[in-house]
Design a protein around this ligand. Structure first.
Ligand code: PA5
Length: 338
């Protein structure tokens, strides 16, 4: 991370008690995953994932007496949810901080768009969103900035992401090929199972990465997020004996801080064995609950997703279906305003 950005991070940690982040899809999923999984020492609260003012009311009531920094992340700068959340927060910030309220905001956005114009009009400190699609941006400033503010060691995370490239390339290739082999074999659902609730957001990040990248041209697998051992008592039955359309990736996180970790490890090993015996293709990754290992896994799946999409013959980087609904929404809003 550049020294200028490090200084911005340090200033937020020094001058504020909490940072709110507005962003949706790839603009928040990865950083939230890291913040939920790794130890942190500064609160970062994610908002703007829908049109849910009640949620924002609740969070505002909780933090309104604290010094709040607002970080708005949007590559396009015009995503509806982001604009709506910004309007909501603008009113709150105006009331809290007075006419200089925009001094307490920071924007990460592309070179053009509504957010860029808004930031320029109000002289809001801005970081350029790199020219990388949201779901591929977790290892760029988009993902790293909120993580660094939360107190995560982003240098270690990036070190993990750049780990022993040649050895890692082999694993990435193997994973992409195994996933494609499962698809060719008729599997249509991939269970992405994590071994602790704190990693659920990581699985959500993965679900978005693969779902939005592969689900097009009537191809691809649906990624289903499960948390073990909790969901073994609900969906485990289907995986074991239901319609044989499932393959499974298990993320087993070793957590020496958890007194019951030994039990958890035994459980995950037993599950992998049982599911494999039932004919489910299972791939298991074991990792430590560290920034380094998480960086490794982020990179592994980012690269594997592109390779897998190449095998599948789809463009990993576009999302024409999402654009269609946005267009319909723009039409309805225009009708309403005319
Ligand atoms: O991966 C993607 O491209 C999307 O999920 C985007 O991240 C999401 O739609 C948000 O877009 P933006 O950053 O332009 O607000």
């Amino acid at each position: 991370m550049e020294p200028k950005i490090k200084a911005m991070v340090a200033a937020i940690r020094r001058d504020y008690d909490v940072m709110f982040v507005i962003g949706i899809g790839g603009s928040y999923a990865g950083s939230k995953a890291a913040i939920e999984l790794l130890p942190t020492d500064f609160p970062v609260v994610f908002i703007g994932h829908g049109y849910e003012a009640n949620d924002m009311d609740r969070l505002w009531a909780q933090y309104q007496d604290q010094r709040i920094k607002l970080c708005i992340i949007s590559k396009s700068g015009q995503t509806f949810e982001v604009v709506a959340a910004l309007q909501y927060m603008e009113a709150k910030f105006r009331a809290k901080y007075g006419k200089d309220f925009t001094r307490h905001m920071i924007a990460i956005t592309g070179a053009e768009g509504k957010l860029r114009t808004y930031a320029e009009q109000h002289q809001i400190e801005t970081i350029l969103h790199p020219d990388v699609g949201g779901r591929y941006s977790v290892l760029t400033i988009v993902g790293l900035f909120p993580m660094a503010v939360a107190g995560i060691d982003t240098d270690a995370l990036l070190k993990g992401a750049n780990f022993n490239k040649s050895q890692e390339q082999h694993l990435i290739k193997q994973y992409a090929e195994a996933r494609y082999a499962a698809y060719q074999d008729g599997k249509r659902v991939e269970v992405m199972a994590v071994s602790m609730a704190a990693a659920q957001q990581f699985a959500d990040w993965y679900q978005q990465l693969f779902g939005e990248s592969e689900g097009k041209d009537h191809k691809g697998m649906w990624t289903s997020v499960l948390v073990y051992s909790r969901d073994l008592h609900s969906m485990g039955q289907f995986i074991q004996q239901g319609t044989p359309i499932i393959c499974e990736t298990i993320i087993n996180i070793k957590d020496p801080g958890n007194q019951l970790d030994k039990m958890n490890q035994i459980c995950v090993t037993a599950v992998a064995k049982a599911h494999q015996a039932a004919g489910v293709p299972v791939i298991k990754f074991d990792l430590e609950r560290t920034a380094y290992d998480l960086g490794r896994l982020f990179n592994l799946f980012l690269e594997a997703c592109v390779l897998y999409c190449n095998h599948l013959g789809v463009n990993a980087f576009n999302q024409p279906g999402v654009e269609t609904y946005k267009k319909e929404m723009r039409n309805l809003l225009n009708e309403k305003n005319n």
